[in-house]
Unconditional design. Structure first.
Length: 187
């Protein structure tokens, strides 16, 4: 039942927003009582935190696998972008809830999420730094700005990306990486 509450809440928060969705809306959609909800969660914010933790923890696990299994820094960077795009494609409402509803978490919960988000960001930065160090990437790059640009582009795609559209997540990932690694300037 806990999983059903989480999944239904992701749908409702994604469609209507966190503040516009009540506990009553969640339990009515599931056909259960508020007591059932409160058996698993103390509050709606605790439920939101669970959604956020699952989202970022899943990304960190996938990122760690990429770092440990892929050889070149360029390939690691591509796999990370592709993983993020696949995650947005496969968990679109979760991504929407993660980015849009974070503001409703209290300071302690936000601190936990920001710590994990910073870890994810730092892992990308390390890949870029290693690529600069090994000569895979240009020496004049500012790895922190490149990391933020990559995350900004990919994270914002939950707004517009349509997996049934003209380009799938792999094609979009290739475009992003090409843009980040090669820029727009003709050679």
């Amino acid at each position: 039942m806990k999983e059903k509450i989480i999944e239904k809440s992701i749908d409702l928060f994604g469609q209507n927003g966190f503040t516009e969705t009540s506990i009553q809306d969640i339990v009515e959609a599931l056909g259960v009582t508020k007591g059932t909800f409160y058996y698993y969660f103390k509050s709606k914010e605790e439920l939101l935190m669970e959604i956020h933790l699952r989202y970022i923890d899943d990304l960190l696990i996938s990122q760690e696998e990429i770092v440990n299994q892929v050889t070149t820094q360029e390939q690691k960077l591509f796999e990370m972008v592709y993983m993020l795009m696949k995650h947005i494609e496969g968990h679109g409402q979760s991504a929407r809830v993660f980015f849009r509803e974070m503001q409703h978490l209290n300071e302690v919960h936000l601190e936990d999420i920001f710590k994990k988000s910073d870890e994810f960001k730092e892992n990308i930065k390390r890949v870029i730094d290693k690529g600069i160090e090994t000569g895979e990437f240009r020496k004049d790059l500012h790895s922190n700005i490149i990391t933020l640009a990559i995350l900004g582009a990919v994270n914002w795609s939950y707004h517009w990306f349509n997996p049934k559209g003209e380009l799938n997540e792999k094609a979009v990932s290739k475009i992003y990486i090409d843009l980040m690694l090669n820029g727009l300037k003709a050679k």
